[in-house]
Design a protein around this ligand. Structure first.
Ligand SMILES: Nc1ncnc2c1ncn2[C@@H]1O[C@H](COP(=O)(O)OP(=O)(O)OP(=O)(O)O)[C@@H](O)[C@H]1O
Ligand SMILES: CC(C)=CCC/C(C)=C/CC/C(C)=C/CC/C(C)=C/COP(=O)(O)OP(=O)(O)O
Ligand SMILES: [Mn+2]
Length: 288
């Protein structure tokens, strides 16, 4: 997420979202970052479910116009200006609770739920701010589905990039049943050897993440014109991490897949040109 905000910052002003929209995205980003810091940051060892309950009470307060501090005030301001729903915010906190009590995922359904909580929610929070193009005939639901897919795809990609790092913290964010199907166990992940079994497993995981990126791509053109470019650029950058994992011959144990500066720069004009594509004006489904 850090990286995506960096991308947004370097886009020429005139082609970007209105300052009001940018500030709102910023406020949402800061809130997500602070929520994540609770379980990932320096105070993480002291974070209990009670601390998360307090954070949730604070969230409700700010939605009711009683922000606790300046940063909460920025989000309070945002939820006044844009029709943002509290549910994805609550769900993200639920994701942090899940992360506290769980370090294994039985199957993709369980992993998907975790990805929804911690990342799919970001997509749902963003759509009301980014806005759907007034001329779009796509259903609101289909745009939210695309946004959800992008959050999930980003998180799955993040997980696939960080397998080694997460294993060092004793965590395996991979479907246990699919590992078993390839004849892999937790031990194989902790020992971190790139075998054909691992390559096969990774190929399937990468394929799934790419399908979700593809789902997301279909929604980008339905967004407000000024929101398309940053979303499209961040999508391209994140998707390329999957290519880098392949280029590393699936060694995500000791190598961090990394998209070079040059590739990042290329993504910007490409995203810009793509953002010029008009939204669907002929569609079987209608906005509800
Ligand atoms: N929703 C908000 N309500 C009130 N203040 C906000 C809100 N969002 C951000 N701010 C404040 O406004 C400042 C600028 O916000 P932000 O970083 O989003 O804009 P920016 O992109 O840096 O603006 P600029 O176009 O001037 O570079 C922040 O430092 C923050 O304190
Ligand atoms: C496609 C349509 C219609 C709309 C776009 C909707 C949006 C903006 C979706 C974006 C969702 C998003 C940014 C999810 C965050 C996913 C993610 C993996 C965050 C983690 O980022 P970092 O915090 O940098 O990662 P680590 O700290 O774990 O390395
Ligand atoms: Mn990570």
């Amino acid at each position: 997420m850090k990286h995506m905000i960096v991308v947004v910052k370097f886009v020429p002003r005139t082609l970007l979202m209105t300052p009001e929209r940018r500030r709102a995205i910023w406020a949402i980003y800061v809130w997500c970052r602070r929520t994540d810091e609770l379980v990932d940051g320096p105070n993480a060892p002291h974070i209990t479910p009670t601390a998360l309950d307090r954070w949730e009470a604070r969230l409700e307060d700010l939605f009711n116009g009683r922000p606790f501090d300046m940063l909460d005030a920025a989000l309070a301001n945002t939820v006044n200006k844009f029709p943002v729903n509290i549910q994805p915010f609550k769900d993200m906190i639920e994701g942090m609770r899940m992360d506290l009590r769980k370090s294994r995922y039985k199957n993709f359904d369980e992993l998907y739920l975790y990805c929804y909580y911690v990342a799919g929610t970001v997509g749902l929070m963003s759509v009301p701010v980014m806005g759907i193009a007034p001329e779009s005939l796509a259903s609101t639901e289909s745009v939210y589905n695309a946004a959800l897919a992008l959050g999930i795809a980003n998180q799955l990609t993040n997980i696939l990039r960080d397998v080694g790092e997460d294993a060092q913290r004793g965590r395996i964010y991979l479907p246990q049943d699919e590992l078993a199907q390839e004849g892999l166990s937790d031990e194989d992940i902790f020992s971190g050897k790139v075998t054909d079994k691992w390559r096969n497993f990774m190929k399937k995981q990468i394929k799934r993440a790419r399908m979700l990126f593809h789902e997301a791509e279909k929604g980008v053109k339905e967004l407000n014109a000024s929101s398309r470019w940053p979303v499209s650029a961040s999508l391209m950058l994140y998707k390329q991490i999957l290519d880098e994992i392949e280029a590393n011959d699936y060694n995500n144990f000791t190598k961090r897949a990394y998209v070079s500066k040059a590739k990042k720069l290329i993504a910007l004009p490409v995203a810009y040109v793509r953002s010029l594509v008009a939204p669907s004006t002929i569609s079987s489904s209608h906005r509800n």
